[in-house]
Design a protein around this ligand. Structure first.
Ligand SMILES: O=C(O)COP(=O)(O)O
Ligand SMILES: [Mg+2]
Length: 225
């Protein structure tokens, strides 16, 4: 067993960029959203830099980038909100089209289940997409709790989602490991007093995850088997 799991009873996983590569479908939904308004469509490499703070911020970043490039007027709140609604609509239709589970994820989840560790999901993704995605990718059945970016009053990097899940399952911070791909996961984990583990293959706004200072970095979750 990997030493980072010593004394751990609860593992909280981030979703996008940690368990699944969802950027192709997020990109497609964002492209549909922008193109139906005749706005410039973003490329996948750009979207990869923008994911991490939930869907509203994703739409804001797409509009902000287009306006910074002089391709449109600065967006007002009404436009951001309207496009966010359309984004949610399109993503709801295509969330599982090209999204893939990263190597080692199934094996890791099955191994911790066999060890009787409690596993929960703490993502900034809107909660309505979580269960259908997990079902579609055969990842259902591992998680005791599913917390989305709109489930509680505040989302990562705020510690609230982690404090909530620890309270719900009766785990102390010292018994809890936060696993994620971005600085927001590491900050949330650190602020909640948890152990933190980073993966380098996801989305961290183009920065190495080491810069966020997690306790441990693993190349793949297979290392936790
Ligand atoms: O929806 C996002 O922006 C990121 O979601 P995550 O917290 O699962 O990485
Ligand atoms: Mg993530």
């Amino acid at each position: 067993m990997h030493e980072v799991l010593e004394g751990i009873t609860l593992i909280a996983y981030d979703l996008d960029g940690t368990l699944i590569d969802s950027v192709p479908d997020l990109t497609f939904a964002l492209q549909e959203t922008m193109s139906e308004r005749h706005l410039p469509v973003p490329r996948e490499e750009a979207v990869r830099q923008w994911v991490g703070n939930g869907s509203l911020v994703l739409v804001e970043r797409a509009l902000g980038a287009a306006s910074d490039q002089g391709l449109m007027a600065p967006p007002d709140k009404a436009l951001v909100d309207a496009l966010h609604e359309r984004f949610l609509h399109h993503y709801g239709r295509y969330a599982c089209r090209a999204t893939r589970v990263y190597p080692g994820v199934h094996e890791c989840l099955a191994a911790q289940k066999a060890r009787n560790l409690t596993q929960v999901l703490v993502t900034n993704k809107p909660s309505r997409f979580i269960a259908p995605l997990l079902e579609g990718l055969q990842l259902g059945g591992y998680f005791t709790l599913l917390i989305g970016g709109d489930s509680l009053l505040r989302k990562k990097p705020d510690p609230l989602p982690l404090l909530h899940v620890m309270e719900q399952v009766g785990a102390r911070p010292g018994q809890t490991l936060m696993v994620g791909d971005s600085v927001h996961d590491v900050r949330a984990g650190q602020s909640a007093g948890c152990r933190t583990l980073g993966v380098p293959y996801g989305y961290n706004h183009g920065q190495p995850i080491a810069d966020a200072g997690p306790d441990v970095i693993v190349e793949s979750l297979i290392e936790l088997v």
